[in-house]
Design a protein around this ligand. Structure first.
Ligand code: GDG
Length: 728
């Protein structure tokens, strides 16, 4: 039976040192609580670090491994103190965490820590490879393990790998600050499905790929030329029933009663987070301070219970944050408090679940105002716990949860005045309005709980695999290639129709850099020299370039996507039609205007066409301009007998009816070919595929849908296939 293998930095249980040996306790934090709810040890395995450095475990590792496997379904990856310091406290929490939460000032860039991150990621990947059997699904989690998908893929090319990021994926301007940004993106692209909490994060991820790696994405599918990877939003949720039922638990009720007695009728504002600078605890305290200053009538009538769970205490930023929070709370309590009333009741520790549930159930408002948060589960847990649908959620717009919880009082966590006003509004909100808002949000969370979230992710992963399989079936595989070679060998007249850029050569930013390699020229010469064979190179390039590159090979050439042809023995190029070209002045002026407004774009003039190239331009700006330009051109060209065609990072305006397909008919029309091979990577090559007889061997380079019979991932595989044809 196939199984699910979860890979995350921490296991759902953590090792703690006891007087006699070690013990296991449930791990804290959003990822552990979220995933534990869907983890079934009978059908899954969980790989992760158990939380104590090897130095503290000494020689007990074998026993720990056995106990983790038998009692928890877990496989440990043991880390030394040094690995923990460099990979976890270092690169993960001093580089990625602050940067991805928009704290570039806190971000440190240390090459040795990056090396440690890589080495430890490799250890997690090796553990996953060891545990996985064919048919298993590997689900890698979070920012500490972003290289793992690619590391697994390298050794297990067919593995099913999902990745989920629990923190925000930042915008390009922030992400680009990372010196190792390309490696991180390539690491993630090893997955079949990359999941994020919100649509925005998924968009930022695809934008970064486009800008940094140059891979296009369409409808959430990223194509790196070899594989198609899906990126999508899956807002993580909670175990709704567990929280919804918590208020019925006798122990929870007893806790609530005890709290109520001590609170002597005062209202409660609840604040719960890990002690982290991303959670906006200081700003929240400033807002409380202002609230009490502006609303003295609320003094002694309300208390804020602030729970801060110790976190990453070995990172200095967290130590200084803790000092700062301690001081701010003392200041506020000193300033506003009176004997018998302390405005902020501060707990710096992790509470048992039942105590937490009691607080959720009795709080009149929850003040959740992170300055940046991937999702924030506390917000959802608070709402879920309230069977009475009462209580007011004050939520930061910078939390991923705000995308789903629009009925909350949404605040900007940097707006102290706005937050103070929201606290007042929450405390004074009529109960029927509280219920109206919460009922809607609770229904949403109940429907999309954590079980649905994980099932949804895994179903999409399955679908992504199927999409790949469909594209894979169209791949020119070795068996089909063998049939193709046999057909080529048996044929008496062979025709080869080949595109150049992207098909026989990679793309370069500077088009003039794509001069054919000597091996490619030799390959074309050998193909052309095969007895009874004819070779045609059909390109969008101009006559002069093609003459210069291929003129000496004795092959046929088609320039400008069909505008001009030259066969061996012809002294001149034959130009298709001799249409008057006045249109060029008008169109050129528009294209030049757009080139001036788009740094990096330029206009190329050809015999029968004008081309607007944007491969060197900023991709976002170019996309905006392309749409505008296309609209403009379509309106202008409609009555001029012109055709606007989008190519690979260009837009071409040309005389109607001039296509590579129409040019290919010059040879196809002569008939008598019993082996036809055509390859191209561009939409302009689809015109060739469309006019080929059904039995032709047609190949679209790049894994995209096409009228060709087969696909090959890149020009490399195409050259290899041609090499075999030349030899046969
Ligand atoms: C990361 C992302 C994303 C808190 N205090 C206690 C306690 N908790 C539990 C809560 C909740 C979890 O810890 C915290 O989850 P969050 O989502 O709020 O925050 P992070 O830990 O930063 O989680 C976050 C999450 O991953 C999931 O993808 O939402 O954006 O940063 O479940 O209940 N639990 C107990 N005692 C406490 O005192 N028992």
């Amino acid at each position: 039976m196939s199984k699910l293998i979860i890979v995350s930095n921490r296991l759902p249980v953590s090792l703690v040192k006891r007087k006699k040996g070690v013990a296991f306790i449930p791990s804290a934090g959003g990822l552990a609580t979220g995933l534990s709810a869907v983890f079934n040890p009978a059908q899954s395995a969980w790989i992760g670090w158990p939380g104590l450095p090897t130095e503290k475990i000494k020689d007990d590792t074998g026993a720990i491994e056995r106990e983790l496997a038998a009692r928890h379904g877990c496989i440990p990856v043991f880390l030394s103190r040094e690995e923990e310091e460099n990979y976890y406290a270092g690169f993960s929490n001093r580089t990625i965490w602050p940067l991805f939460h928009y704290f570039p000032k806190y971000t440190e860039y240390h090459p040795p820590q990056w090396e440690a991150y890589r080495a430890v990621n490799q250890r997690f990947a090796d553990a996953a490879l060891k545990a996985a059997e064919p048919g298993d699904t590997i689900w890698v989690h979070d920012y500490q393990l972003m290289l793992v998908p690619e590391m697994i893929r390298r050794k297990a090319p067919d593995a099913t790998i999902g990745f989920f990021l629990h923190i925000p994926f930042p915008t390009f301007e922030v992400f680009r600050l990372l010196p190792w940004r390309n490696e991180i993106l390539k690491g993630l692209l090893g997955a079949d499905l990359a999941g994020f909490h919100t649509y925005d994060y998924a968009q930022y991820f695809m934008r970064a790929i486009q800008r940094l790696l140059g891979y296009e994405s369409h409808l959430g599918l990223v194509n790196d030329g070899q594989r198609v990877v899906r990126a999508d939003a899956f807002p993580i949720s909670i175990d709704f029933a567990r929280y919804a039922e918590s208020g019925l638990d006798a122990e929870v009720m007893a806790e609530m009663a005890a709290y109520r007695e001590r609170l002597t009728g005062r209202k409660v504002i609840l604040s719960i987070d890990r002690m982290d600078y991303t959670k906006g605890i200081r700003q929240r305290l400033e807002a409380l301070d202002l609230f009490f200053t502006q609303n003295p009538q609320w003094k002694e009538k309300v208390v804020c219970i602030l729970v801060a769970v110790p976190s990453r205490a070995d990172v200095d930023r967290y130590q200084s944050l803790k000092r700062n929070v301690d001081e701010t709370i003392s200041r506020i309590n000193g300033k506003h408090g009176v004997i018998g009333w302390t405005p902020v009741e501060y707990l710096y520790r992790s509470l048992p679940f039942k105590a937490l549930a009691a607080l959720y159930n009795l709080a009149d408002a929850a003040l959740i105002t992170p300055v940046r948060d991937g999702m924030n589960l506390v917000a959802k847990e608070y709402l879920a716990a309230r069977r009475d649908e009462k209580g007011v959620l004050i939520l930061s717009e910078m939390a991923g949860a705000a995308a789903e919880l629009g009925e909350a009082l949404i605040v900007n966590p940097n707006d102290i005045v706005g937050m103070a006003a929201a606290i007042k509004e929450a405390l004074e909100m009529p109960e029927n309005e509280q219920v109206r808002r919460n009922a809607t949000m609770r229904r949403r969370i109940a429907r999309y709980d954590v079980a649905r979230w994980s099932a949804d992710f895994l179903a999409r992963l399955d679908e992504a695999k199927k999409t790949q399989a469909r594209l894979g079936e169209r791949r020119l595989n070795p068996a089909t290639q063998a049939r193709m070679l046999a057909a080529c060998r048996a044929a008496s007249r062979r025709l080869f129709l080949l595109d150049y850029d992207g098909t026989l050569s990679p793309y370069f930013n500077d088009p003039s850099a794509a001069t054919p390699a000597p091996e490619t020229l030799s390959l074309l010469a050998r193909l052309a020299a095969k007895p009874n064979s004819h070779l045609v190179v059909l390109s969008g390039r101009g006559k002069d370039t093609l003459s210069e590159w291929f003129g000496h090979l004795g092959i046929s050439l088609v320039a400008e996507h069909g505008a001009a042809c030259r066969e061996p023995g012809m002294s001149e190029w034959e130009v298709a039609g001799a249409a008057p070209l006045q249109w060029k002045n008008e169109i050129r002026a528009i294209l030049e205007l757009y080139a001036d407004r788009t740094p990096g774009a330029f206009v190329e003039e050809k015999e029968l066409s004008l081309v607007w190239h944007f491969r060197k331009a900023n991709a976002d700006l170019a996309m905006a301009r392309v749409n505008e330009l296309k609209d403009n051109l379509v309106a202008l060209t409609a009555n001029l007998g012109l055709h606007v065609q989008a190519g690979h990072k260009n837009i071409e305006v040309k005389v109607h009816g001039v296509t590579k397909g129409q040019a290919a008919m010059r040879w196809l029309g002569r008939g008598g070919w019993d082996f036809i091979f055509a390859a191209g990577d561009d939409t302009t090559d689809e015109d060739i595929f469309a006019v080929l007889p059904a039995e032709a061997w047609s190949i679209r380079v790049g894994l995209v849908p096409s009228a060709a019979n087969y696909n090959l991932p890149s020009y490399r595989e195409t050259l290899a296939a041609l090499e075999r044809l030349a030899e046969c």
